[in-house]
Design a protein. Structure first.
Length: 293
């Protein structure tokens, strides 16, 4: 299932450039001149410096240039020529490209449904190429959206084989989303998708990690509950955070009330994080992220 296709006039010649380098005078002027020299018009520019004196500079540009696919090689050559002098790392992408996304789920459907809706509406420009689940419950949801569904059961004894099978069916996708997938993935799985594996945790991390945070929150008598979307790393629930949101509750809220409110928060948080990721708005910096929202 995909969003509006690659010939969408809104994105036909729209490019995105994300650059990182040591912070130093002149870098913005140099990159602006590079784009001007190829006839590109900058339509959006955002930047961040970790420290103006010796820190790291991060710049995200959106630009429009006629016949971008044909000009891409020239842009890459020019960026490569600058890389040594300015110690640049960079990534260049075309908005017309729809990233392939595999979604892993268990039995809860609310986050998957939100992703499907946003793709269908064109708000999330991506293609959901597969839904993988350790349970068969959500097959009708995927099939109704025209997305291939793969039931890959997982038990403690078969976990390595199941993970290998799941990786086989999703193939070389651009992004994997754990949309309330109630399994811990292995370090090998994480290594397959560095900074391309996003999880929604039904808690306002770092509080209430683990499998039953709403019960823990209820027991603690919290007045705010939340959700956290983060990149997955080998350390459980500790990857760089992309997006968080909270909702207010009070002493009358039961555990089920909290779960119900939390479902709405989870939908928003994960969908927003995935959208920012596919639009090249998220840059990982150690244990943190820079988000050009």
């Amino acid at each position: 299932m995909s969003a509006a296709g690659p010939h969408d006039p809104r994105t036909a010649d729209l490019g995105r450039l994300v650059v990182r380098c040591p912070d130093q005078p002149g870098i913005v002027a140099v990159l602006s001149r590079l784009l001007a020299d190829v006839g590109a018009n900058i339509t959006e520019s955002q930047q961040h410096s970790s420290d103006p004196s010796g820190g790291t500079f991060t710049l995200r540009l959106e630009f429009v240039v006629a016949d971008l696919p044909a000009r891409r090689a020239e842009l890459e050559q020019r960026l490569g020529d600058l890389a040594g002098e300015w110690q640049l790392t960079w990534r260049l992408s075309e908005a017309r490209h729809l990233p392939a996304v595999a979604v892993f789920v268990s039995r809860a459907d609310h986050v998957l449904q939100e992703l499907i809706y946003r793709v269908r509406a064109g708000d999330l420009r991506a293609e959901i190429t597969a839904v993988v689940s350790n349970h068969p419950d959500l097959e009708p949801v995927a099939r109704a959206a025209g997305i291939p569904f793969h039931h890959v059961p997982v038990t403690p004894d078969t976990k390595p084989e199941a993970e290998a099978r799941a990786l086989e069916v999703v193939g070389d996708v651009d992004l994997v989303v754990l949309a309330r997938y109630m399994q811990i993935v292995s370090p090998e799985f994480c290594a397959r998708f560095p900074e391309r594996l996003i999880n929604i945790h039904h808690s306002f991390l770092p509080a209430f990690v683990g499998a039953n945070p709403y019960q823990a929150a209820h027991d603690r008598g919290v007045k705010l509950i939340g959700a956290t979307a983060h990149y997955v790393t080998e350390e459980l629930d500790a990857g760089p955070i992309i997006e968080q949101e909270v909702a207010r509750v009070d002493h009358r809220a039961t555990v089920e009330d909290m779960r119900r409110v939390g479902r709405y928060v989870e939908r928003q948080v994960l969908a927003q994080a995935v959208t920012w990721h596919v639009e090249d708005r998220v840059v990982v910096e150690g244990d943190r992220t820079i988000v050009f929202a």
